[in-house]
Design a protein around this ligand. Structure first.
Ligand code: FAD
Length: 520
């Protein structure tokens, strides 16, 4: 099941187990169960501290599935499916954390996990090609490993299709808590804790309010924010970084092949490399925090969504961008119930179904090509009369026999039956005719919007909502700098955002030394 290189790595990791582990395999005669048995045997082969016990006919458990637990404890961490692909790391971490190895989480957060009381039965649906799933699976597994009141089973949606259909799971990761919907989409540990631990947000705000003013406060944890933080702290400045999701858009990106010096990587890997780099320095990283208001003319006051206030001599804004909506009836009503923005994540849930991709730029055409290999049929709709994607992508798309391309199409509605998407209506802009398509999924791929609504009136924005900056990255307000996808800088790319983050931090450095120089 596992190749020799992975077995060697596993042996190395499992050398860190401080307690014996039992893998209980709830088995049947299916092919998937056979593969699971091989995987568990490979794991047991990598450490003498791991034993496998097979059980059949346990009606209370999903089959096939397996639990990771101490031999003297009831299982709390389970996988119903093969945690390979993007979930292999989740498997290794689950083994380590149940086996007593400490998780890489700050002490306050770990204490918060361990202090949870009550009964938390989490079920999460993943698929192995989903990049947004491992964070959720790993956070919930870690919580279950550390707290006996928490249980978690990670379920491969493609293996338990009936369950997915019955529970109307149309997007991964989807999480249920005690049988009730809990969340859809990527969640970090801190966000999960904030939802289950009432009062956590007020406690966090109290801690944040106690912080001394920063020299440089970076808002955003994507490539631009990470670079700005590293450059500022290396100047000897006290540096804080506030981010809702550390990694930003990298977390939604599959392959990255143009970050010069790294031939090929995946977005989430690059995101954790960025975080490691930032944490290699004494940057005060404040994750899962949303900035809401920025005031002052220096020093500046940043107010967060939980009410906390942070002060700084200078601010570097790097809040990036997000998927653009098409704003038609049905889009928000059926979000995650057939309407989705991430083909890499949710494509496999539409296996054998008919879907539409809206948008004929590079991302739309790439999505359609990707989906064509998984779903029964793809219709690509483009508003303009021609596709805008690169020729090479268009040629590939046109070579696929389960794809229809419709240009001059204005999507007017995503139709549903009250529970899920059943179709799409559009206007043929050439004839003016209203037309409709029967389908089960709509992938919206119409570009990005800058995350700058909260800055209206604070710094000057252009007509698209992008922050205007000068050659040093300074905004219209002296002392406030900006970088990356939220700015007017053309070509929204990782390497450009990183470079601009560095530039903005150096601009802020210049501002501080000039504004603190003694009078002549
Ligand atoms: P982002 O990455 O958007 O980061 C913004 C940060 O700000 C995040 O941490 C976010 O949580 C935080 N934030 C937002 N609002 C707030 C708030 N109010 N308070 C606190 N924090 C906030 N580029 C390439 O070079 N190569 C590629 O192959 C590539 N592929 C891509 C594929 C996809 C699917 C997408 C979506 C983008 C891709 N890009 C690629 C573009 C690239 O990801 C972006 O240009 C880059 O991430 C921009 O970095 P950034 O730091 O400006 O913003």
């Amino acid at each position: 099941m596992l190749d020799d290189a992975i077995k060697t790595q596993l042996k190395d990791y499992l050398g860190r187990l401080s307690a014996p582990l039992q893998l209980t395999h709830f088995a049947d005669d299916s092919e998937a169960s056979g593969k699971m048995g091989q995987l568990l045997a490979d794991i047991a082969g990598a450490s003498e501290r791991v034993t496998v016990v097979e059980k059949r006919g346990d009606a209370a458990e999903r089959t096939p599935s397996f639990a990771i637990h101490r031999p003297d404890e009831a299982p709390r961490v389970r996988f119903a499916g093969l945690p390979l692909g993007h979930e292999l790391t989740s498997l290794v971490l689950a083994l380590l954390h149940v086996g007593g190895h400490p998780p890489k989480v700050d002490e306050a957060t770990l204490k918060q996990v361990e202090a949870l009381e009550g009964d938390y039965r989490f079920e999460s649906y993943f698929n192995v090609s989903c990049q947004n799933c491992p964070d959720v699976v790993q956070a919930l597994n870690m919580m279950a490993a550390r707290n006996p009141h928490v249980q978690h089973v990670a379920i491969d949606g493609s293996l338990f299709r009936d369950e997915v259909d019955a529970r109307k799971v149309m997007s991964v990761p989807t999480v249920l808590l005690n049988g009730e919907p809990f969340s859809v989409g990527r969640q970090e540990l801190e966000q999960i804790l904030a939802k289950v631990d009432e009062g956590a947000s007020d406690r966090q705000a109290e801690v944040l309010n106690e912080k001394d003013p920063f020299d440089v406060l970076v808002v955003g944890g994507g490539p631009a924010g990470a670079a700005a933080a590293v450059y500022s702290v290396r100047k000897g400045f006290s540096t804080g970084l506030v981010a809702e999701r550390f990694g930003g858009q990298l977390l939604d990106t599959l392959g990255v092949e143009n970050f010069i010096s790294v031939v090929e990587t995946e977005g989430p890997n690059l995101a954790s490399a960025l975080e490691n780099h930032v944490r290699a320095y004494p940057v005060d990283v404040m994750k899962s925090q949303r900035a809401q208001k920025l005031e002052g003319t220096g020093p500046f006051k940043l107010t967060l969504a939980n009410g906390a206030e942070l002060e700084a001599k200078t601010v570097v804004l790097a809040t990036g961008a997000r998927w653009r909506n098409i704003d038609v009836p049905g889009e928000s009503e059926y979000r995650n119930r057939g309407v989705t923005y991430c083909p890499h994540c949710d494509g496999p849930l539409f296996k054998g179904k008919r879907v539409a991709v809206i948008g004929g730029g590079n991302s739309g055409v790439e999505a359609a090509i990707d989906l064509a290999g998984v779903v029964a049929h793809v219709t690509l709709l483009e508003f303009a009369d021609t596709l805008k994607a690169d020729d090479i992508l268009q040629r590939k798309l046109k070579s696929l026999d389960n794809v229809d391309i419709i240009t001059s199409a204005r999507t007017t509605e995503i139709a549903g039956d009250g529970e899920k998407v059943v179709g799409l209506r559009y206007e043929d802009r050439t004839s003016g005719d209203e037309k409709s398509l029967d389908l089960q999924g709509v992938f919206v791929q119409v570009g990005l919007l800058p995350n700058t609504e909260w800055l209206k009136g604070t710094v000057e924005l252009n007509q698209y909502g992008e922050v205007l900056i000068d050659a040093h990255g300074q905004t219209s307000t002296p002392g406030i700098y900006a970088a990356g996808d939220m700015t007017t800088v053309p070509f929204k790319q990782i390497i450009i955002a990183s470079g601009d983050g560095a530039k903005a931090a150096l601009g802020a450095f210049e501002y501080i030394i000039r504004s603190t120089a003694p009078a002549a």
